[in-house]
Design a protein around this ligand. Structure first.
Ligand SMILES: *[C@@H]1O[C@H](CO)[C@@H](O)[C@H](O)[C@H]1NC(C)=O
Ligand SMILES: *[C@@H]1O[C@H](CO)[C@@H](O)[C@H](O)[C@H]1NC(C)=O
Ligand SMILES: *[C@@H]1O[C@H](CO)[C@@H](O)[C@H](O)[C@H]1NC(C)=O
Ligand SMILES: *[C@@H]1O[C@H](CO)[C@@H](O)[C@H](O)[C@H]1NC(C)=O
Length: 182
C-alpha cells in the first residue's frame, strides 16, 4: 500500500511540471516568430523549468502566466496560435511595436483575459469573431493597425452586455460604421 501511495505522488509532481512547461513552450514558440533587436526576450530560456522568472512575464501562485507586458519593445514578427494556450492569462500588452500578420482566432480561448493591448502595430487581418468569447474582457485596444473587415457582432455584443468597457479600433481599415464607444 505504501508503495502505491509513493507512486501516485511522483505521478502528481511530474504532471504539475509538465503543465508549467507547456506555457513556457507556448511563449518560446512565439519568441521564435519575433525579431528582437534589443534582446528584450533574452531571458526567455526554454531550458528553465517554468517561464515565471522570465522578464516581461508575471505568474500567479500556481506558476501559471497571468501577464505578458511587451509594450514599446521594438519587436517585429507575428502573434502565434500558441498564445491561446495561456489559459490563466489576464493581461496581454504588445502595444507600440511592429507586429504584423493576423490576430490568431485562438486568442478567443483566453477566457480569463481582462485587458488586450495590441495597438500601434501592423496587424492586417480581420478581427476574429472568437474574441466575442472573452467574457472577462474589459479593455481592448486594436487602434492604429491595418485591420480590415467589419467588427464581429460577437465583439459588439460584449459592449452591449457591458462586459467590454473600452474598445478602440480607430485608425484601421475597417468597414462599416463605428460609433464612438468607450
Ligand atoms: C504607446 O505610444 C503611445 C503614444 O505614441 C503612448 O501614449 C503609450 O504610453 C505607449 N504605450 C506603451 C505601452 O508604450
Ligand atoms: C527601440 O529602438 C529605438 C531606436 O531604434 C531606441 O531609441 C529605443 O530605445 C528602443 N527601445 C527599446 C525598448 O529598446
Ligand atoms: C482554441 O481556439 C480555436 C479557434 O478559435 C479552436 O479551434 C480550438 O479548439 C481552441 N482550443 C482549445 C484548447 O480550446
Ligand atoms: C483611440 O485610438 C486613437 C488612434 O490611435 C487615439 O488617437 C485615441 O486617443 C484612442 N482613444 C482612446 C480612448 O484610447
Amino acid at each position: 500500500m505504501r508503495f502505491v501511495a509513493v507512486t501516485f505522488l511522483v505521478g502528481a509532481i511530474s504532471s504539475i511540471s509538465v503543465e508549467s512547461n507547456s506555457e513556457g513552450d507556448a511563449l518560446y514558440a512565439w519568441k521564435t516568430y519575433l525579431t528582437d533587436p534589443n534582446n528584450v526576450l533574452q531571458s526567455w530560456d526554454p531550458t528553465l523549468n517554468n517561464p515565471c522568472t522570465w522578464f516581461h512575464v508575471t505568474c500567479n501562485g500556481q506558476n501559471s502566466i497571468i501577464r505578458v507586458d511587451l509594450g514599446a519593445a521594438n519587436l517585429s514578427g507575428t502573434l502565434v496560435p500558441q498564445l491561446g494556450m495561456l489559459s490563466n492569462l489576464q493581461y496581454l500588452y504588445v502595444s507600440n511595436n511592429s507586429i504584423s500578420g493576423e490576430i490568431p482566432s485562438q486568442l478567443g480561448n483566453l477566457t480569463k483575459l481582462v485587458s488586450l493591448g495590441l495597438e500601434n502595430n501592423q496587424l492586417n487581418s480581420q478581427i476574429p469573431s472568437s474574441l466575442g468569447n472573452l467574457k472577462s474582457l474589459r479593455w481592448m485596444k486594436l487602434n492604429s493597425n491595418k485591420l480590415s473587415g467589419e467588427i464581429p457582432i460577437s465583439v459588439l455584443k460584449l459592449i452591449y452586455w457591458r462586459n467590454l468597457q473600452l474598445l478602440n479600433v480607430s485608425d484601421n481599415q475597417l468597414a462599416g460604421t463605428v460609433h464612438h464607444i468607450n
